[in-house]
Design a binder for this molecule. Sequence first.
Ligand code: HAM
Length: 403
Amino acid sequence: MVKSLRGMNDITGLESKKFNFIIETSSRIAKKYGFEYIETPLLEETALFKRSVGESSDIVGKEMYQFIDKGKNDVCLRPEGTAGVVRSFIQNKLDKRGEKQKFFYFGSMFRYERPQKGRFRLFHQFGCESFGESSVFEDASIILMIRDIFETLEISFTLKINSLGCSECMPKYRANLIIDLEKKRDELCEDCNRRIEINPIRTLDCKSESCQTKLSDSPKIVDNLCEECYSDFDKLKKILSENGVDFEIDKHLVRGLDYYSKTAFEFVSDEVGSQNAIAGGGRYDKLVEFLDGKPTPAVGFALGIERILDLVTLPKTDMEGWYFGVLDEENLETIFNLASRKRVFQKVHIEYRKRSLKTHIKNALKMGYQHCAILGSDEVANRTIWVKDLKAKYEEIISQDSF
Ligand code: HAM
């Protein structure tokens, strides 16, 4: 039997209902915040991710589904959504308009990771990207939007925030951090040693407890921000507090993608196991320029749909629609025509196999239909149809002509 690939799962049954509910809820809330839907390709030039997510990141270094296509192009399946949206923003010359543009998207992402609970090779994100607004109020607005999404989905979370500084304060901080790391080099793990050269800031979120202890007194970027970054971070904290959003400052939060500056945040849940990040994002003011667009500030986030599937409870749906059935199969054509007429306005199910009245009613109830419409020989002879409203619990015989 051919099976799906490791780390790539089907989403079916109740999970697919929850999946749709998450996308519908998130899309509705994103539209309220002024975001519009954007669809970008699943396959992009590898260079796009190398230049945006960054060659030093694990995503690009180890996890890309990369191959040479038949036209000898170096391509890869998108590991995340931001790079493609930024590419589209520049390619469609939206950067030249100088207007604020806001996009939301959802879809498949691919990372060749070691699969475990909450970590897949194919997973789905819902994400938003806001272009052209440098005010920290936009960072706060994105965080409030995620809060609204999780509150509507009844998911509890802890919000962690940090500031990664800008092109003024980050390089100075980075140089100081390298001096500190060099002193600790022998005590740090192999991964951290590698990162000292390629991306020293990422040592701060090393998963090894021993490294974390050694790095506890290392300099932190929030304590070394320039005046503008400091004031923006301060303002962000104030806006969040004034809007009733609790947060923790996590000085070790650096994110696994290289394009961030200033605000970085993660929403974590203690109900999902070790892969506890349910959403993440931040500001990436230099990325548009870096990908050859007109300098445009930007901020965004993505949430991991698989990570929250188990946390979502579907709202109780009311009974609705019409279930059609026959007692004799020769009456199928008539019931098919009557049902098709009803479908213009309502959700309809037609049962093609003949069943007893009792079984039809049982099926209709099980499937959540409000009305059960049945044709037997008497109804056919009188050109009528028997209908029971399963919610209001009354039945009637209706003429087929007025049905
Ligand atoms: P990210 O933190 O890499 O950010 O991913 C966002 C979310 O996707 C994570 O918080 C997690 O819930 C989910 N996720 C990531 N990897 C996996 C996996 N292997 N299996 C299941 N779920 C996963 C980004 O992707 C950025 N593009 C977010 C962003 C948008 N920043 C600015 N704009």
